[in-house]
Ligand binder design. Structure first.
Ligand SMILES: [Zn+2]
Length: 823
């Protein structure tokens, strides 16, 4: 057994679909791994880093397109008949035997051609429609989503998705809902059945553990019985005392300034709760030396989802702050704090967090170069002497069992937010320790509220009503499935893959991936006029070097690996809280245990049940877990290829293009941050991207009452625009090479050409509606543009779309000369 693999399974168990700082970001830095879709937040659970907490001329245009297709088919027949007619006259003009022979040969040849043509045309008329059950199913799927009352050239998103959106209301426990969350739910239902199944003979120990963990989460009567006791046990520990609660409970809960140490508290929160407050310490590949791990220090998250909630005074920001304060006070009181003291102390704690929010480096300034500040610990200590940095790093990283993890003052660290740390030290020095302690401990309590009994869950729901618009609790089984899946991703993944992943999907994915890689390179070589030759050559090399990962990491099929990986975990059906704490402690070590080892660059650590896809700039990998490889993303070979190329094909293109977006482009084919571009190509790239920034900045999203942020979403928009072009080109080549250019048979009853189906299939995976609260958050924090503009933005830049739907130059979906294109 390869030790790397053994430990890697523990790295990234946080590929948490429901956690904002999902594993990939957590470990590889906020911008180094990109997901193709925003993670869907689990409602009624605080966000946490641990991840284990759980066109109107439509019909007419379509007729035109169909008629054109028909004309194209008929035209050669007409010419051939004409030619044959002519041939009948020609012999009279010539004489001689040779002429007769050649005439006979010509006639034979023509006859053969005619016969071939008749055969082909008969074949194509027979195959004009595909009437297999799969095609009928696909046609139904398309029909149920479209809204033909909308003009596809005015608003293709509403044309493609309107039908589905009208029939699929946002569930009460969700802040948004769409095709991604729908598929997520389908996966959850399957996992539920797998986890609830009685133990099989010879069941894998890791699987048994996952089932116990699930049952402990479902054991609601026990949760009611113990109520707040498990959390109170935590609050008795010296480093985790919460001053405000100590004021009410006294005794062993009493907080004492003289005995309190910020360093110990922060370090133990990181070690025991896998929670970073004020300072985030993690291990991930060194951006400039991607085969080595290095310690990184960064700013940490806030209680409310966005920085704007603290630094602006919009009505929603004010409401969110008020809801947070009220939650802080109530939870403190529920745990034993006196009401009046709780109000005063929590106001101070929130004021502290508001100052913190002002100091956070905004997303726009967090570029890979700005965040790469290499220090030795001793230099960091000299430059920011107010905090014992060496002591803190030692407390988190060192291990009695592993002397290799010893840290000396010469230890290199990457300081990702030096300005923030400078300001933070000033703030700490001017704030009373009790307030800091109240704030820091609040953050741990906040992460665990939804691990407690029903009264805490309902109190949290009142908060979520304001911040995310949800009005009911997530069904218990769903909450528990999500928790187990995040906590024990590989054991759950193994169960899922065994029952629901078809190995032949890998073969079709290879066809798609290779087609899209070809398309990216082909366009780069034939159509790109702004990049100079030497840079282009390196870009081609990087595209060839992109490594694709499909389905699941192989190690999950190895019983010994899986059992060994979880051997330290010993769950009890009666102690859900204790089980959660065990998994958090386990996660805390997941990245730390990698220090001093080399990066297993060909391995991947993504939870197989994840319904998403990724690009990793440090390994130059594109990743497609089993969860994503399902309808309506991935359609098997029995379905028209147009559907797969339009959906999963565009997603493949999207991920590949991330290697060349405004951030990914800075990393070379080996995953190192290194300028491999000529200066002139960088300048030309920046000009091209400015067009896209301006384009998306102009989209006003009604649901949020805000404009899209073109700069913030640039990387994703570059990926969407590139992905569509690559996948369409690859699809047309597939038709050329595999069908001799003959179009695929059409779907019955839908009246769409194959190219139209391609674009519809792309739009369909994006159908999604949002509550206003979630829409605002998507704009403020999202890396992606809202789904509506992911569809409209990319398609209105693309001529092939405009041709497919015959969108006139004056229409919204045809930007004509204003179209933006990077790749
Ligand atoms: Zn993306």
């Amino acid at each position: 057994m390869n030790r790397h693999v053994h430990v890697c399974r523990r790295l990234h168990p946080r590929a948490a679909k429901h956690s904002r700082e999902n594993c990939c970001r957590g470990f590889e830095g906020a911008r180094r791994i990109r997901a193709c879709s925003p993670p869907q937040p689990l409602i009624n659970a605080p966000r946490e880093e641990g991840g284990a907490g759980e066109g109107r001329t439509g019909p007419a245009r379509r007729r035109t397109a169909a008629a054109q297709t028909h004309r194209l088919c008929a035209a050669p027949q007409f010419h051939l008949l004409e030619h044959l007619g002519g041939a009948g006259v020609k012999p009279e003009r010539g004489s001689g035997r040779l002429f007769k022979i050649s005439l006979a040969m010509c006639a034979c040849l023509c006859f053969a051609l005619l016969l071939a043509l008749i055969l082909v045309s008969q074949r194509s008329s027979q195959q004009q429609f595909c009437l297999t059950p799969e095609c009928i199913e696909a046609a139904g799927s398309i029909l149920s989503k479209v809204d033909r009352s909308v003009d596809p050239c005015t608003d293709f998103y509403s044309f493609a998705c309107g039908g589905w959106l009208k029939e699929n209301a946002i569930p009460e426990d969700s802040s948004s809902y769409g095709i991604y969350p729908w598929l997520r739910q389908q996966v959850d239902i399957r996992i539920k059945d797998l986890l609830e199944a009685p133990p099989a003979a010879g069941e894998l120990e890791a699987v048994t553990k996952a089932k116990i963990l699930y049952r402990s989460c479902m054991n609601e009567s026990r949760l009611e019985e113990v109520d707040s006791k498990p959390m109170l046990r935590t609050l008795r520990k010296a480093e985790f005392r919460w001053p405000v609660v100590g004021d009410g409970l006294g005794g062993e809960y009493q907080w004492s300034e003289s005995r309190w140490s910020l360093l110990n508290t922060l370090a133990e929160m990181r070690n025991q709760h896998s929670k970073s407050v004020l300072i985030r310490l993690y291990i991930s590949p060194d951006d400039k030396n991607s085969s080595h791990y290095i310690i990184k220090l960064d700013q940490a998250s806030l209680s409310l989802p966005s920085r704007e909630d603290y630094i602006t005074n919009t009505s929603s920001a004010q409401a969110n702050r008020a809801a947070l304060l009220s939650l802080m006070v109530d939870v403190a009181v529920m745990l034993g704090a006196p009401k009046a003291a709780a109000q005063v102390q929590m106001e101070k704690a929130l004021a502290f967090e508001t100052k913190l929010a002002h100091m956070l480096i905004p997303h726009e300034n967090r570029t890979s170069e700005n965040m790469y500040n290499r220090f030795s610990l001793s230099r960091l200590q000299r430059s920011l002497p107010q905090f014992d940095w060496i002591g803190f790093v030692k407390a988190v990283v060192e291990s009695k069992d592993d002397p290799d993890r010893d840290v000396s003052p010469s230890e290199p660290v990457i300081v990702r937010a030096p300005l923030y740390f400078r300001e933070l030290m000033k703030l700490i020095n001017t704030t009373e320790p009790r307030t800091i302690a109240n704030y820091v401990q609040w953050r741990t309590v906040f992460s665990r509220i939804t691990t407690l009994s029903r009264r805490f869950l309902y109190r949290y729901l009142d908060y979520a009503r304001v911040t995310s618009g949800t009005t009911s609790l997530t069904p218990r089984w769903d909450k528990c499935v999500n928790y187990v899946e995040n906590a024990l991703g590989y054991a759950t993944g193994r169960l899922f893959v065994n029952s629901y992943f078809q190995e032949d999907k890998k073969q079709m994915m290879e066809e798609l991936i290779e087609g899209i890689r070809w398309a990216f390179i082909d366009m780069l070589q034939k159509e790109n006029e702004w990049m100079d030759g030497p840079t282009k050559k390196k870009a081609v090399e990087k595209a060839h070097a992109v490594m694709a990962k499909v389905g699941y990491p192989e190690f999950i099929l190895n019983d010994t690996y899986l059992n060994e990986d979880l051997k330290e975990l010993d769950f009890s059906e009666k102690d859900y809280y204790g089980n959660v704490m065990q998994t958090l402690k386990f996660f805390a070590q997941a990245d730390i245990s990698w220090l001093r080892r080399s990066v297993p660059r060909t391995e991947w650590f993504t939870n197989p049940t994840t319904v998403n896809a990724f690009y990793s700039s440090s390994t130059n990998q594109i990743r497609f877990p089993a969860g994503e490889l399902q309808k309506p993303f991935f359609w098997g070979k029995e379905y028209p290829r147009s559907l797969s190329y339009g959906a999963i094909g565009v997603i493949v293109g999207h991920e590949l293009t991330h290697g060349f977006d405004n951030n990914g482009r800075k990393y070379d084919k080996n995953g190192n941050l290194d300028q491999w571009w000529s200066n002139s190509s960088v300048t030309a790239f920046t000009d091209k991207t400015q067009c896209m920034i301006d384009q998306y900045n102009n989209y006003h999203w009604e649901e949020a009452g805000l404009n899209v942020r073109g700069k913030r979403t640039l990387a994703e928009n570059i990926a969407d625009n590139g992905g569509i072009r690559e996948a369409f080109r690859a699809y047309r080549r597939w038709v050329q090479e595999n069908r001799g250019g003959v179009e695929e048979p059409l779907l019955p009853g839908v009246d769409f050409s194959n190219n139209q189906l391609f674009f519809l299939s792309y739009a369909h995976v994006r159908c999604n509606s949002y509550r206003p609260e979630a829409a605002r958050e998507q704009i403020q924090n999202g890396a992606h543009s809202p789904p509506k503009y992911r569809v409209i933005g990319a398609m209105s830049n693309y001529q092939e779309f405009q041709k497919a739907f015959a969108c006139p130059p004056s229409s919204v979906m045809n930007r004509g000369a204003q179209s933006c294109r990077v790749w």
